[in-house]
Design a protein around this ligand. Structure first.
Ligand code: FAD
Length: 314
């Protein structure tokens, strides 16, 4: 899962500040071929736990192995992706090893004095950003949603593979996978989009969404929206960006008629460049925008499209 590579990028940064190593754990059956990729993305060590009973994710099996790894190698910090699997595994491991867990962090830094992990995440319905630290127990555990951190390939990075012996019987695991049914992809992958045109309530109505789709088409991007847009039924839920939607990090994010509520910002702050079009000069989106256009989006968006078409015609 790509989120693991994203976490290696962040882990490298944290380890650099703490003067420690980055290690990854890799569980599965015949997965040693992935070690090189993991090292290329920043791991100094890969703890490899291979066993036929780890072929598919099963809660008890994975929890047992990760618990043993934690007890044996005693990491200072343990990060997991807030994927379906990570959301199941991380709380169980945290309970087993008796430490707290900060879920869905949007930022991880090191306190320069205490040298502990500062874990920031939205709290109280997303109205404040809370920073949580764990002074007394180890590992300091956090999960991060896909797309929040940046995966950084470090060419030529080499590391060590440390094989971890696993003994697991079917009886101990207690569950069997009878069938795997993969949900069909809904045809939109906002996480990988290089350009996103985001619609907010300022668009006005579903029919007025059309120019935003045209703009996305001309620029080769995707259309996304705020929660209000999804609640109104103008876009399907898989196109919602924010705390309760997708986290995105495109090169360009064009927010049209979006006020910039903290819950929306939680999903798009990793964008490289943010362009905001809003008719209210005091809209909070302008606080985070690289370029702001104060104006009516129904005039600005068609002007954008025309300028882009004119420049490609030339
Ligand atoms: P508004 O806040 O109503 O803003 C509309 C903007 O459009 C205004 O700034 C206005 O000036 C501008 N405008 C109006 N007409 C025009 C025009 N013609 N041209 C240009 N500008 C115009 N929201 C999310 O987006 N994602 C989430 O994941 C999310 N999760 C949430 C979770 C919780 C627990 C809670 C409590 C809220 C969550 N929200 C989320 C909702 C969030 O708080 C905001 O209500 C929402 O993001 C606002 O959406 P908006 O910007 O479309 O609408």
């Amino acid at each position: 899962n790509r989120v693991s590579l994203e976490l290696l990028g962040k882990a490298r940064e944290l380890a650099g500040e703490l003067g420690q190593d980055v290690s990854a754990f890799l569980l599965g059956d015949q997965v040693s071929g992935l070690c090189d990729t993991i090292m290329a993305y920043g791991a100094d060590n890969v703890y490899l736990a291979e066993h036929k009973n780890l072929k598919e994710y099963r809660t008890i099996a994975y929890t047992d192995v990760v618990e043993k790894l934690v007890n044996e190698y005693k990491p200072n910090i343990l990060l997991m992706g807030a994927s379906q699997m990570g959301r199941d595994l991380a709380p169980r491991v945290s309970r087993r090893v008796g430490v707290g867990l900060t879920a869905d962090c949007t930022e991880l830094t090191v306190d320069p004095e205490e040298r502990i992990l500062l874990q920031t995440r939205p709290a109280f319905g997303g109205n404040v950003m809370a920073t949580i630290a764990n002074r007394y127990s180890r590992p300091q555990m956090a999960t991060v949603r896909p797309g929040v951190m940046e995966a950084l390939k470090r060419n030529g990075n080499k590391g060590k593979t440390i094989k971890h012996k696993v003994s697991l019987t079917e009886k101990e695991i207690g569950t069997k996978i009878l069938e795997l049914v993969r949900e069909k992809r809904k045809g939109v992958s906002l996480g990988e989009a290089k350009l996103i045109v985001a619609a907010g309530r300022g668009v006005g109505s579903q029919t007025e969404m059309k120019p935003l789709f045209s703009l996305a088409k001309v620029m080769g991007g995707e259309v996304a929206g705020t929660r209000i847009i999804v609640e109104e039924g103008w876009l399907p839920v898989e196109r919602q960006v924010g705390q309760t939607g997708q986290t995105v990090r495109p090169e360009i994010y064009i927010a049209c008629g979006v006020s910039g509520a903290i819950q929306h910002r939680a999903g798009m702050m990793g964008s490289r460049y943010i362009i905001a079009i809003n008719k209210d000069v005091r809209a909070p989106i302008f606080e985070v925008a690289d370029w702001g256009i104060v104006g009516d989006l129904h005039e600005v968006v068609p002007a954008f499209i025309k300028a882009l078409q004119d420049s490609t015609d030339k």
